[in-house]
Design a protein around this ligand. Structure first.
Ligand code: ANZ
Length: 987
């Protein structure tokens, strides 16, 4: 850490022996903890290990941004630090590590912008942030620090990737997990699949043969009849890590593929604002969708194995669970097959399968819609038999907009625009509200239940990524279809009658009773008849009929997609894979080190058609070529995405130096699961879903002992800050802002400024580095202030006034303990009764509040207790000890100093036992209150002397005898408590 002398000039003037010299004492204790390794943790088999109950407290580790931390960042870190110190004092063996998420786009972009090599800039950034974290007195076990971009870390990321590559999810396996739950589906080694295929115990499925045919080869009936390359094609269809050509967000400006979350609704990259194009590209994928059900179920499972014979359940904010459920988006419905007709002969030409959640509305389907990239209408599709010359064979409604140059051209233009515009946002509501556009395809299809012919449209409100990429449109009961039909004048037919209570609506999307579908009174021979049935029943009946007639089947669709796992960049984990000349991939020896390359920049271009060429392709041949079994293979040139390293870092912290395993199993089962995970809500889905997925695979394969990694999750709120702009809209550094009354003005010029509220950040020039604030007000003050701003989960604005208030509190603490000439005011004398009670109550309150992460109210309790001490010449020792212990997790530096000066010991308050309250002292004095109803005594209640009115009221109104004299409603006209005397009720 930085040893530079902390400036002392500001305090030189008041250097009295009894002054609160926070800069000097904070530096001294900070260095002491680091030197003593106060917060070192020991796992099983490590020196100093004691088998006590463990507590694993984890922070979401930062990525080393070049800008360092601002005062908004450490909020969660301070919270976990407090909890860590408190748990340690309670006797837990606490593991509280820190590291850096140092591979990935942010680190690489920073390096490119500053024209340095990422390996260099990453180290510098880490250095800087580590210094900042240590400056804040945060209690990490620095011996466990890891960086995801270091070889001894990423070789294990590669090892885990190989586990995914070498296994598949067998949905047929029913098994019992560590908690005795029966689970369906499990990751098993791909070797087992190969063996059962080779022995003939298992046969190739139709899907397996399809894969081979798609590759342009003849499918045989047996596994043994396939050559290696074909066999590998089949296995690729099973492996949890597999290759596939998918439509990706290709960003030539950054030279890489981006995740949907990295693209704005305007189709620009979040970082760098470059145009993004959709194009097909072969990618490494992870089959997370196989785990969709288990990822959903375990959010609410009551018995998750804890690896020690016990169980736990996820204690997560409901909001985050909901976001995960929505992200996975399991929908029950049916797939229904429509016949596609030859545009000219109207004979059956091909079939179009749709996914619908409302099969009960089939009779109301008045048109169909396919996504712009749907195979039915993509160039070269032989289903698409619309003659070049057609301009007018369009449904009437469409004619008004029908372009004179023909249906095919209009479609081609529409598809081209769809490739660069209208990117889907994660927000479903926003998607629904978008203006609907589309073109007629020239094709008609036949509704399987009614036999009617309906037109097929191409529109981008249907996405290729969901269901089957095509829908039956029911404008009377679906908002998007309604908007589209209204815009283009397509027919709307009602088939669901809303319940009587529903007002008149044009488009009714809820449940009701089927109408205008065959059946009902009088009956009908149509097998799909559902008129008069309530929605749920109608769905059941029509799906059964669809299955019977072989034109549909019940289906479940997920919003979740397989995870695109490759990036065409340099700064990431190389894949431990190589490609055989025949095109299949095999694993290579570990580790695969990232080659050192001066020329690491991605090829950036404005041209959407630039070939994709990952930087690793420019590495030396000695790296790109690898010999395996006497043959030359090409190394995989993509790297893993930035999420890879953070999928399992909490496991490495448990055993960071292990070079024979990613983590020792005894240590793993001792420390896992993580007891408290604190971080920002922005990681609600991706990181938390990806890491849960990896963990489940590792669990299935027997490498970890718990099916879920994080027991309790807590999201801290943000620290927001005012930002100031001048009349040009340029941000003014908050250090240069002064106030003229309430009006912000620029220092020096006095020019009036505009104030806006919002995020704290470098670009708004409103985020101060923590060192600057800590140096001016003290680190303890900064810590207390951030915790006192409000409930931890809420966002709150930074205020300089607030931090001064906290500083005054600590100064008062100091003066209560230390005389002007530097003597401790503590005396070995008994506590006076009232103060003793107050202390006992404070112990209960602060313990409870810290346990519940309510640090603001814990601090309030300590401020109250401290106020009782103001002006006292001496503090009884018992009170002094307990007060310092209670305050120590929150303000560790000043309390270590006072503890020492009081002569209680030297250093490491973290090892003192946490105060226990005295039950006896808390027993309150009780009194008996008579209760009168309309002037007559009807009973008595026993209550503590100090009690709040609402508590008495509840007791009294619940009193059996009193209740008999109250009106049935329980309502009383007046309730009067004369404290310590009587209760009067008027009814
Ligand atoms: C007919 C229908 C009638 C529908 C009705 C809804 C209401 P969730 O609940 O989100 O799963 N859909 C299916 N695939 C789609 C795609 N690739 N892009 C856009 N929309 C798609 O939504 C399922 C419903 O969304 C499906 O049920 C389908 O419209 C539409 F009264 O089919 B529905």
């Amino acid at each position: 850490m930085s040893q530079q002398a902390v400036s002392t000039t500001k305090s030189a003037s008041n250097q009295r022996p009894g002054a609160y010299e926070f800069r000097e004492l904070e530096r001294r204790w900070r260095e002491f903890w680091l030197k003593e390794k106060t917060h070192r943790a020991a796992g099983p088999g490590e020196p100093g290990f004691e088998d006590r109950p463990k507590c694993y407290i984890l922070d979401m580790f930062p990525y080393p941004s070049g800008d360092g931390l601002h005062i908004g960042h450490p909020k969660g870190y301070i919270a976990s630090d407090i909890y860590n110190r408190y748990k340690r004092m309670q006797g837990f063996n606490v593991l509280h590590p820190m590291g850096f998420d140092s591979f990935g786009l942010p680190a690489e972009q920073y390096a490119i912008e500053h024209n340095v090599h990422p390996a260099m800039s990453t180290d510098e950034c880490i250095e800087r942030i580590r210094g900042q974290l240590q400056f804040l007195g945060l209690s990490y076990d620095w011996d466990r620090e890891i960086s995801t971009s270091k070889e001894d870390y990423y070789c294990w990321t590669q090892w885990i990737f190989l586990q995914l590559f070498q296994c598949w999810f067998d949905p047929e396996v029913t098994w019992e997990d560590g908690a005795g739950r029966t689970l369906q589906g499990r990751a098993v080694p791909i070797e087992q699949l190969v063996r059962s295929l080779a022995s003939g115990e298992r046969e190739l499925t139709a899907a397996d043969r399809q894969v081979i045919e798609d590759a342009g080869a003849d499918a045989t009936d047996s596994w043994a009849g396939l050559n290696r390359a074909r066999q590998e094609l089949v296995l690729n269809n099973y492996r949890l890590a597999y290759q596939k050509e998918v439509t990706v967000n290709w960003c030539p400006g950054l030279g890489t593929v981006l995740a949907n979350e990295e693209v704005t609704a305007e189709g620009l990259s979040e970082r760098g604002n470059c145009q993004v194009y959709r194009r097909p590209l072969k990618q490494w994928m992870l089959r997370i969708t196989d785990y969709a059900d288990r990822l959903l179920e375990d959010l609410d499972a009551e018995r998750l194995a804890d690896g020690k014979g016990g169980t736990f359940a996820l204690d997560w904010p409901e909001q985050i669970k909901l976001m995960q459920r929505n992200w996975i988006g399991r929908s029950h419905g049916a797939n229904v097959v429509f016949e596609v007709l030859d545009p000219q002969t109207h004979q059956l030409k091909s079939r179009l399968e749709v996914f619908t959640t409302r099969p009960d509305t089939l009779f109301g389907a008045t048109f169909m819609v396919v996504a712009p990239q749907h195979p039915l209408v993509t160039a070269g599709s032989d289903s698409y038999a619309v003659p070049e010359t057609w301009t007018d064979s369009t449904p009437d409604a469409w004619k008004g907009e029908s372009p004179s140059d023909g249906i095919r051209e209009a479609l081609g233009r529409y598809q081209a625009t769809a490739a660069t515009s209208n990117f889907r946002t994660a927000d479903a509501k926003q998607e629904d509200d978008k203006d609907k556009t589309g073109v007629f395809s020239g094709i008609f299809a036949r509704n399987p239940v009614s036999g009617t012919e309906i037109p097929v449209f191409v529109a981008d409100y249907v996405s290729m990524d969901y269901g089957t990429g095509s829908i039956m449109a029911v404008p009377a009961h679906d908002d998007r279809d309604y908007a589209f039909a209204s815009k283009y004048g397509l027919p709307i037919m009602k088939v669901v009658d809303p319940p009587a209570s529903t007002g008149k609506v044009e488009c009714y999307t809820g449940d009701g009773t089927s109408i205008n579908s065959p059946g009902g009174v009088g009956g009908d021979q149509n097998p799909f008849a559902i008129t008069d049935l309530p929605t749920a029943e109608a769905k059941g009946k029509i799906v059964a009929a669809l299955e019977k007639e072989r034109v549909g089947k019940s289906a479940i669709t997920y919003r979740l997609h397989d995870w695109i796992f490759s990036r065409q960049r340099y700064w990431g984990e190389p894949f431990p894979l190589a490609t055989h000349p025949d095109g299949f991939s095999v694993e290579t020896d570990l580790p695969v080190l990232l080659p050192e390359m001066a020329d690491f920049q991605p090829l950036m271009s404005d041209d959407p058609d630039t070939p994709v060429s990952p930087p690793l392709g420019r590495a030396e041949r000695s790296w790109t070529r690898v010999e395996i079994g006497g043959e030359e293979y090409d190394r995989e040139l993509n790297v893993m995405p930035q999420w890879a390293g953070s999928c399992w870092y909490f496991l490495r912290f448990i055993d960071p130096q292990n070079d024979s395993a990613f983590c020792d199993t005894t240590k793993e089962s001792y420390f896992m699961p993580v007891d408290l995970y604190i971080g920002g809500a922005e990681h609600a889905v991706l990181h938390l879903l990806y890491s849960r997925f990896w963990h489940k695979v590792l669990y299935d394969l027997g490498h970890v002992s718990t099916p879920e990694p994080f027991k309790k999750l807590f999201n801290q709120g943000m620290i927001t800050a005012d930002a100031f702009t001048d009349e040009r809209g340029v941000y003014i550094d908050i250090r240069d802002v002064e106030f003229d009354g309430d009006t912000p003005v620029q220092r020096g010029t006095g020019k009036e400024l505009n104030r806006s509220r919002g995020k704290m950040g470098k670009r708004y020039k409103n985020g101060l580095p923590p060192e600057e604030v800590g140096d001016e007000y003290g680190v303890d003050t900064l810590r207390l202030y951030e915790m006192y701003m409000g409930p931890l989960e809420q966002s709150a604005p930074w205020s300089m006034e607030g931090i001064r208030g906290m500083q005054r509190f600590l100064q008062r603490v100091w003066r209560n303990f230390i005389t002007q000439d530097g003597q401790a005011k503590v005396k070995a004398e008994p506590i006076e009764d009232a103060l003793g009670k107050k202390l006992q109550r404070t112990i209960v309150r602060v313990t409870d509040d810290i346990e519940g992460l309510r640090f603001n109210t814990a601090i309030a309790g300590l401020i109250e207790l401290n106020n009782e001490l103001v002006g006292a010449d001496e503090i009884p020792e018992e009170l002094a000890r307990n007060f310092l212990l209670l305050l120590s997790p929150l303000a560790p530096h000043i309390t270590e100093e006072l503890w020492m000066r009081c002569g209680f010991g030297h250093g490491n308050l973290a090892y003192q036992a946490w105060p226990k309250h005295d039950e006896m002292a808390l027993v309150e004095e009780m009194i008996t209150l008579p209760v009168q109803v309309n002037g007559k005594v009807r009973g008595t209640v026993e209550v503590p002397v100090e009690i709040e009115e609402h508590v008495v009221r509840e007791l009294v109104l619940g009193h059996e005898n009193v209740k008999r004299f109250l009106p049935e409603s329980g309502e009383v006209h007046r309730f009067i408590l004369v404290p310590g005397k009587i209760v009067n009720i008027v009814v």
